[in-house]
Design a protein. Structure first.
Length: 226
């Protein structure tokens, strides 16, 4: 078995996605967490300065999508990608939509709602000193506020953002009432990428109960966990 180390923040949706991939492929791994001010060290691990990064027998790989392809090439059993070419194209679109669009709802719901923000910053500082928490919380809020505003979603009011998000959840409900998985006939990278974002919204957002009231979405999330 290879030695795999996942460099992560427990609450990052992209790190969650990689954990889901590793679990799906039955690959054992250890984690290194970068809570609190250790985040500075995380930024030196890769050229993009982001997490997740994995070390696979000493080789570093960054970016959850690249990590998925890297692991698939070495461990093709339990395939992440559908064999059918049209399904494959759709799986890539779903993954990209989850990573580049749904992600911003996750950031918005985590950093724009006071209760969620407090929970998120305490989770991001888990195991670190009180002093670090005091410094880290405003820094995190400032960083993500800037990103939300630059992306555009940060300039839209809460009601409108929630409406757009629940329109997506409604669309999932429709799809998942007719099929078990987002693409094709088995779990793929599409399910893992989308579920990782939704999982992280559920972890900190007061919208949790409302999301889980969509029964097909709820049972699909449970299927992925198992
Ligand atoms: N495309 C990357 C995105 C990773 C990403 O944005 N990670 C965030 C945490 S959720 C991060 O490292 N943010 C710190 C930063 O941007 O400096 C992937 O799929 O891995």
């Amino acid at each position: 078995m290879p030695k795999i180390i996942l460099h992560q923040w427990e609450v990052s949706p992209f790190c969650n996605k990689v954990r889901k991939i590793l679990k799906y492929k039955h690959l054992a791994y250890s984690v290194v967490n970068y809570n609190g001010l250790l985040a500075v060290a995380a930024s030196r691990l890769s050229s993009a300065g982001k997490l997740p990064v994995i070390e696979y027998d000493g080789e570093k790989v960054q970016d959850s999508s690249d990590i998925a392809e890297f692991l698939e090439a070495r461990h093709p059993q339990h395939p992440l990608y559908p064999a059918d070419s049209k399904d494959l194209a759709q799986a890539y679109f779903w993954e990209d939509w989850a990573d580049e669009s749904l992600y911003w709802f996750e950031v918005y719901f985590r950093f724009r709602y006071p209760d969620a923000l407090q929970l998120a910053t305490s989770l991001l500082c888990k195991g670190r000193s009180k002093f670090e928490q005091v410094i880290f919380a405003p820094l995190a809020r400032y960083t993500y506020e800037r990103q939300l505003n630059a992306q555009g979603i940060g300039r839209i009011d809460k009601n409108r953002v929630e409406k757009k998000f629940f329109a997506h959840i409604g669309n999932f409900e429709t799809i998942l009432s007719q099929q078990d998985w987002l693409v094709g006939n088995h779990q793929t990278i599409a399910d893992l990428a989308v579920a990782a974002q939704i999982d992280e919204i559920l972890r900190t957002s007061p919208l949790k109960e409302r999301i889980l009231s969509y029964s097909h979405v709820k049972s699909w999330l449970e299927r992925i966990q198992s």
